[in-house]
Design a protein around this ligand. Structure first.
Ligand SMILES: NC(=O)c1ccc[n+]([C@@H]2O[C@H](COP(=O)([O-])OP(=O)(O)OC[C@H]3O[C@@H](n4cnc5c(N)ncnc54)[C@H](OP(=O)(O)O)[C@@H]3O)[C@@H](O)[C@H]2O)c1
Length: 266
């Protein structure tokens, strides 16, 4: 396992984050990196001591794992003749394993849906393996990806697509909430307090409380109730959210994200 050879197509935000995580887990792994404009592959190759390739066809065909880390829209133009037993990990949002099997020779396709905290080893990463992997390969991929965060096995591709709006898109939704907190705090204090730091620490501390072993059996609703006394300060704020039906707004947002996932899969 220590001298794994990994081929990577696409070294943007996610590709880079995953390669750094894998390198942290397997310092002796060899990386072969390709991006059409070369620069990102070259930079990442320097960081992880890997090899950048000028063309996708230069990628060796006998590597242990291949990572597809480009946009789903780039799939049509992507060309590589995989060996029949190549093990492929795709992070292309919404793209079904059946579509990838039809395009490539190999049937061994894993779908990974990471999120950007993977770059810090804090990803909430979803993994679907089709039935063509054996147990050893399953252990290998779990170990390979474990440095990028928590790995959540998905039994079906539908579950992976449904959950993508929450984990893959989740950080962006949380950053939007953080932006609103910061904007409002600045507005109400005329910028007199360090709003960004206060908001970051509030989100960080709240996530730590949610993850604390002390709160394992505590629901999010209970955590909320613990800081909400009837007719108190927090209660007033929550009443406004309730009256504006914030739950329905989020419900529509998650459904829209899922619908887009389905569109991208076509
Ligand atoms: N960002 C997220 O939070 C997130 C979360 C979960 C999943 N994803 C998935 O991750 C994938 C990549 O997203 P990203 O945010 O990392 O995108 P990105 O930063 O735009 O990076 C895309 C990379 O793909 C490369 N590329 C383009 N066409 C290619 C081709 N034909 N062959 C090989 N490489 C090609 C680009 O090369 P150049 O450098 O030459 O342009 C670039 O390095 C997407 O499928 C997305 O659905 C993203």
């Amino acid at each position: 396992m220590t001298n794994l050879k990994i081929g990577v197509f696409g070294c943007g935000n996610m590709g880079r984050a995953l390669v750094l995580g894998m390198k942290a887990q397997f310092p002796a792994a060899d990386f072969f990196l390709f991006t059409p404009s070369k620069l990102k592959a070259q930079e990442l190759a320097v960081t992880v001591g890997g090899k950048s390739l000028d063309q996708s066809v230069d990628m060796p065909r006998d590597l242990d794992w291949y990572l597809l880390a480009f946009k789903p829209q780039s799939l049509n133009e992507f060309q590589f003749n995989f060996a029949p037993d190549s093990k492929i990990i795709s992070i292309l949002a919404g793209v079904k394993t059946s579509k990838l099997i039809a395009k490539f020779n190999s049937k061994k396709i894993a779908r990974l849906m990471p999120n950007t905290p993977s770059a810090l080893g804090q990803g909430a990463n979803l993994l679907f393996l089709n039935s063509h992997f054996n147990q050893i390969e399953e252990l290998e991929i779990n170990s390979l990806l474990s440095a990028t965060g928590k790995l959540f096995p998905m039994k079906t591709e539908e579950d992976l697509d449904l959950t993508t709006a929450f984990s893959g898109s989740g950080p962006a939704l949380i950053f939007e909430l953080a932006r609103i907190f910061e904007f409002e705090l600045n507005r109400m204090t005329n910028g007199r307090v360090p709003a960004k730091e206060i908001v970051s620490q509030t989100f960080f501390g709240s996530a730590a409380l949610m993850n604390s072993p002390l709160n394992l059996g505590t629901s999010f609703e209970e955590l909320r109730s613990q800081v909400t006394s009837k007719k108190g300060v927090t209660f007033e704020a929550l009443e406004i959210l309730k009256n504006k039906n914030i739950q329905e707004i989020f419900s529509k947002a998650f459904e829209a994200a899922y619908n887009r996932t389905i569109e991208l899969s076509k």
